[in-house]
Each structure stands twice: as structure tokens, then as C-alpha cells.
Write a protein that binds this ligand. Structure first.
Ligand SMILES: [Zn+2]
Length: 278
């Protein structure tokens, strides 16, 4: 069923994080790996809240509940290298967030007018894709709960951690050390991004909710048809959009659009989630 080809495997043994330091090929210099935030944190495992005062500090000290959110500054998706399938993204990309960005994620982002404005941070063990708002969304009454639902949808626009929180999800501040990886790594900006409006967030959310097949085909495979079929690998078959919710190939038949996202997760990760449901 879920045949995977061992494509994009590379025998590179050394980490390639340094490759981005001189700039990302094909992108303007301002998209290079520079620290854009004014402050530079040195603390270990510090987190940065994306709501209220955007506090930085230990996770347990700055964690906020949805009902305590008065303003939202960004939406995020967390692409953890470990949960991705090396047979799909390549061995290098499950070890190196920078390689994952360079080889896959930047192309996905570039194919969408809203996602193209995302900021991307190398968190140490993955990529934080941040949709930074041009001005905060102010919440009153049930607003925070409403936006939390939108955030829980947007985190799945890319094959991110499906367990991530909604609006109260935290990133790591640029410059902070992530000691959960060995050796510890500093959080750094791989893509500077630009401010996104509330209307753009709503537009992306609408396209994700109403026509995910079209959105994901375009992001991951560059158009509404892809050959060979990315799901079954059959070189003689094309995968194409059928309506808003499904994709179809002669071999796969009609399948839910979500199959395009699940494709990127490692079988081990998917099995574990299956187990934890029972
Ligand atoms: Zn197929």
C-alpha cells in the first residue's frame, strides 16, 4: 500500500548547518541565516510565547491558557525532524533542520503567497514556521477560543507535530540554546519572513479548510497533478486533484487529501499515534 522509494538518500556524514551561513541560494541576502531579533538570548531551553506580552523564559513559567490570551502575535507549525520519514525527505533532513529547510520546506513555502512570508527558525531539532502578524489580533469574549481552532488547523498546513498546541504554542527565542539535542544548538533564523495580515491568515485558513487537496498538491508537488504518483510511487501513474477534498491515481484510487501530509511522517511515528488512540 504505502510503498516508498529510497529517493533523496545521501551519504553525507557531516552536518550541513553551516551551508546556509553565506545565504540561501536563490533567495535575497536578507533571507539568509541572520539573527533578526534585537535581543539575543543565551539561556538554556528558553521558550518564547506568541501571545500577550511575548514573554521569554522557561516553558513552565511563561505557559498561558487559551482563556488568558488577550492578544495573538503569530501562528506556528513545528516540523520536528525526528517524526519525518527519511525514505521521503532523505536521511540528511531527519538529522539537520537546515537541510530540511533547504531541500524541502523553503520550496513548499515559496509556492503559497501567504506561507511565502513565514519566518523559519531552526529550533535545534526541527523547524518552527512562524506566521508573524503585522499587528496583534486582540481577543475578547470567545475570540481566543475561535482563533485557537484556526491555529490548530494552520499547524497542519505542513507536516508538523500534530500534538502542538494552538495559539498558546511556544517557539524558542533566537539565540537561545537548545540542550535537548546533543551537542546543544543555538536557535537561529533561516528565513526572515515578513509581517502577515489578519486577512491573509483567514485566507490561508479558508483555503486549507475548503480545498485542502488543491493547497497541499500545490505546496508539496508544485501543481494540481504530479507524476510519478507521490503516494504509491508508480511511475506510470499521475496523482491529480479530484474536487476539493481528494486526490486520485489509477493505482491508489481516490484518497483523502490528508494522505499527502501523512506521506511525510515516519511509519514509526504514525504507528505510535495509532497505539496511543486505543
Ligand atoms: Zn498512486
Amino acid at each position: 500500500m504505502r510503498e516508498k522509494k529510497g529517493r533523496s538518500k545521501r551519504a553525507t556524514k557531516h552536518r550541513d548547518e553551516q551551508q546556509l551561513d553565506g545565504g540561501v541560494p536563490g533567495q535575497p541576502p536578507h533571507s539568509a541565516a541572520t539573527h533578526s531579533r534585537a535581543h539575543d538570548h543565551g539561556a538554556n531551553d528558553e521558550r518564547e510565547s506568541l501571545v500577550n506580552g511575548r514573554e521569554c523564559g522557561p516553558a513552565n513559567q511563561i505557559a498561558t491558557k487559551v482563556e488568558e490570551v488577550a492578544s495573538i502575535h503569530a501562528f506556528m507549525s513545528d516540523l520536528d525532524c525526528k517524526i519525518l520519514d527519511p525514505a521521503i525527505v532523505g536521511e540528511e533532513c531527519v538529522r539537520s533542520p537546515a537541510a530540511l529547510y533547504k531541500q524541502h520546506v523553503r520550496h513548499w513555502l515559496d509556492r503559497d503567497p501567504v506561507l511565502a512570508k513565514a519566518q523559519v527558525r531552526d529550533s535545534g531539532h526541527g523547524l518552527h514556521v512562524l506566521l508573524m502578524l503585522d499587528e496583534p489580533i486582540i481577543c475578547a469574549g470567545d475570540d481566543a477560543r475561535h482563533w485557537d481552532k484556526i491555529a490548530r488547523g494552520l499547524r497542519n498546513v505542513l507536516p508538523g507535530d500534530p500534538s502542538l498546541n494552538g495559539i498558546v504554542a511556544m517557539t524558542r527565542p533566537v539565540g537561545a540554546r537548545n540542550t535537548k539535542v546533543d551537542p546543544p544548538r543555538k536557535v537561529r533564523v533561516l528565513r526572515k519572513g515578513e509581517p502577515i495580515t489578519r486577512a491573509e491568515i483567514l485566507d490561508l485558513n479558508q483555503r486549507l479548510a475548503n480545498a485542502p487537496a488543491r493547497l497541499w498538491m500545490r505546496l508539496f508537488f508544485g501543481g494540481e497533478r504530479a507524476s510519478p504518483c507521490p503516494l504509491c510511487g508508480a511511475t506510470t501513474h499521475t496523482l491529480g486533484v479530484v474536487g476539493n477534498w481528494q486526490v486520485e491515481c489509477y493505482e491508489c484510487g481516490r484518497v483523502d487529501a490528508a494522505a499527502m501530509v501523512y506521506l511525510f511522517y515516519s511509519p514509526t511515528f504514525l504507528d505510535k499515534r495509532e497505539d496511543s488512540r486505543g
